[in-house]
Design a protein around this ligand. Structure first.
Ligand code: ATP
Ligand code: MG
Length: 390
C-alpha cells in the first residue's frame, strides 16, 4: 500500500494534437507545487506519492491549481487485494470525518477485473454503511463524501474525490498584460484567464506621490494571492501622475477619463512588446460605470493594437464579488484606497464618446513624451510563489 494523491485533469482531454504538450505542462505544474514528492502520470491521472509524515495542506494547493478537474488523497493498493481489504481502506478515508451522506464510485480501467462496477460499488458501500452502524446514508447524486475506487492495470486506487477549479494548465496560452487596479473586478478577471492557461503580467498605474501607497500595497497583495494560482508573478508599477496632470490641464473635463484610459492602453501595448505578451486583460464590465458604456469601451479599445480580453464583460457586480470571495481577493479589494482615476473623475463624464472628438482631445497633449516617461520610470516587482510547507 502507498499513500497517494490522485489528480484527474479537466479539459486537457479535448485538446487533440496538443494533448501531449498540455499533459506535460500540467504534470510540470503539479511537480512544481509538490516539489519534493514523486509525481507520475498513470493512465490519464496523476499520482503524487506521499511520504510517511506529509502533513501539508494538499487540498489548498490543489484548489488553486488550474486544470484540476478532481483530486483526493487515499491509497494505491496492490492489484490482488480482496474486496474486504478495499472496504477497509475506504473506511480509513473517513478518518475523523462524519459526513451526512456518502457514495462509492467505481471505475474499471482494467477490464479483466471480474465483476461490474455496480457490484463493487454496492459491496464497498455496504461495508462502509455497516461500519458506521448504518448512521451515514448513501446519496448517489451529489454526495458529501465521495469514495472513488479505480481499478488500474498496476493497482487499485481508493481515495476521497473532491472537485477542483478546472480549466487549462498554467501557461499553455502564453502571456497577457493584466491591468490591476486594486478594486474587485480586475483580480477576478485575471483569475478567469489564469484558468484559461494565460500567464498574467500585472500592470498598475499609480498617482504617487499624490495618491497614498495604499493602492500599490493592495495590488501587491492581490498579486501574491494570484501567484498561488499561477506561480511567480511580475507586477509593473507605472507612474501616472505627470500624465494625469497634463491631461487635466489640456483635455476637456468630460473626456479626461477616456483619454487617461487610452494612455494606459498605449503604455501597456508598449510593455506587452517588451515582455512578449499577446493581449491585455481588464476587469471591465458593460454598463458598470460611465467609462464602461459600449461607446466608451470602443473609444478606449481603439488605442490598443493588442486584443483586449474582458472576461467579466457580461457579469453582474454581485457575481464578481462572490467570485472574489472564493478566490481570496475580496477582503483586500474591499479596503479603501484612492483610485488613481478618481483623482479627476469629472462630475459629468462622457458616456457616449465619439472617436473624432476623442482623437481631437488626445492631440491636445504630448502623449508620446508622457508614454516614454511612464515606461522609463516603471518599476518591476517580482512576486514569488510561496511554497506551502511540504
Ligand atoms: P476594478 O474593480 O477592477 O477596480 P472598476 O469597477 O473600478 O474596476 P474602472 O475603474 O472603470 O472599473 O476600471 C476598469 C478596468 O480598468 C479595471 O478593472 C482595470 O482592469 C483597469 N484599471 C482601472 N484603473 C487602473 C489602474 N489604476 N491601474 C491599472 N488598471 C486599471
Ligand atoms: Mg477601479
Amino acid at each position: 500500500m502507498k499513500k497517494v494523491i490522485v489528480i484527474h485533469y479537466d479539459e486537457i482531454g479535448t485538446k487533440g494534437a496538443n494533448r501531449p504538450d498540455f499533459e506535460k505542462a500540467f504534470l510540470n505544474d503539479i511537480k512544481r507545487r509538490f516539489k519534493n514528492l514523486r509525481a507520475q502520470d498513470i493512465w490519464g491521472r496523476i499520482l503524487v506519492f506521499l511520504e510517511k509524515e506529509n502533513t501539508f495542506d494538499y487540498k489548498r494547493i490543489l484548489k488553486q491549481t488550474p486544470g484540476v478537474a478532481t483530486f483526493g488523497s487515499g491509497y494505491f493498493l496492490d492489484k490482488d487485494v480482496s474486496i474486504d481489504k478495499i472496504g477497509e481502506f475506504a473506511i480509513a478515508l473517513f478518518d475523523s470525518a462524519h459526513p451526512t451522506n456518502f457514495a462509492v464510485r467505481v471505475k474499471r480501467v482494467d477490464k479483466s477485473v471480474s465483476g461490474t462496477s455496480q457490484e463493487f460499488e454496492r459491496k464497498i458501500g455496504e461495508h462502509i454503511f455497516e461500519y458506521f452502524n448504518k448512521q451515514i446514508p448513501v446519496k448517489l447524486s451529489g454526495p458529501e463524501f465521495l469514495v472513488a475506487v479505480e481499478f488500474l492495470h498496476k493497482g487499485i486506487l481508493v481515495y476521497r474525490k473532491e472537485k477542483g477549479i478546472g480549466g487549462l494548465p498554467v501557461g499553455v496560452s502564453g502571456k497577457a498584460i493584466s491591468l490591476l487596479s486594486g478594486g474587485f473586478d480586475s483580480p477576478v478577471a485575471t483569475y478567469r484567464l489564469i484558468k484559461r492557461g494565460v500567464i498574467p503580467v500585472g500592470a498598475h498605474f499609480h498617482g504617487m506621490p499624490k495618491t497614498s501607497p495604499k493602492a500599490i500595497e493592495k495590488v501587491m497583495e492581490i498579486s501574491r494571492i494570484l501567484s498561488n494560482y499561477t506561480g511567480d508573478f511580475d507586477l509593473y508599477l507605472i507612474p501616472t501622475l505627470d500624465a494625469m496632470q497634463e491631461i487635466a490641464k489640456k483635455v476637456p473635463d468630460k473626456l479626461r477619463l477616456i483619454i487617461l484610459r487610452r494612455f494606459m492602453m498605449r503604455v501597456v501595448n508598449n510593455l506587452a512588446n517588451q515582455v512578449d505578451a499577446k493581449a491585455i486583460i481588464t476587469g471591465e464590465s458593460v454598463g458598470q460605470v460611465a467609462s464602461q458604456t459600449l461607446a466608451n469601451l470602443g473609444a478606449i479599445a481603439e488605442a490598443s493594437k493588442l486584443p483586449i480580453l474582458r472576461p467579466l464583460s457580461g457579469d453582474n457586480k454581485n457575481e464578481i464579488i462572490n467570485e472574489a470571495r472564493e478566490i481570496g481577493t475580496h477582503d483586500i479589494s474591499a479596503q479603501p484606497h484612492d483610485d488613481t482615476c478618481s483623482l479627476f473623475v469629472p462630475k459629468h463624464p462622457e458616456t457616449n464618446a465619439k472617436l473624432k472628438e476623442v482623437l481631437e482631445a488626445e492631440a491636445l497633449y504630448d502623449i508620446d513624451k508622457l508614454i516614454k516617461y511612464a515606461l522609463e520610470n516603471t518599476e518591476l516587482k517580482k512576486i514569488n510563489y510561496v511554497d506551502p510547507k511540504i
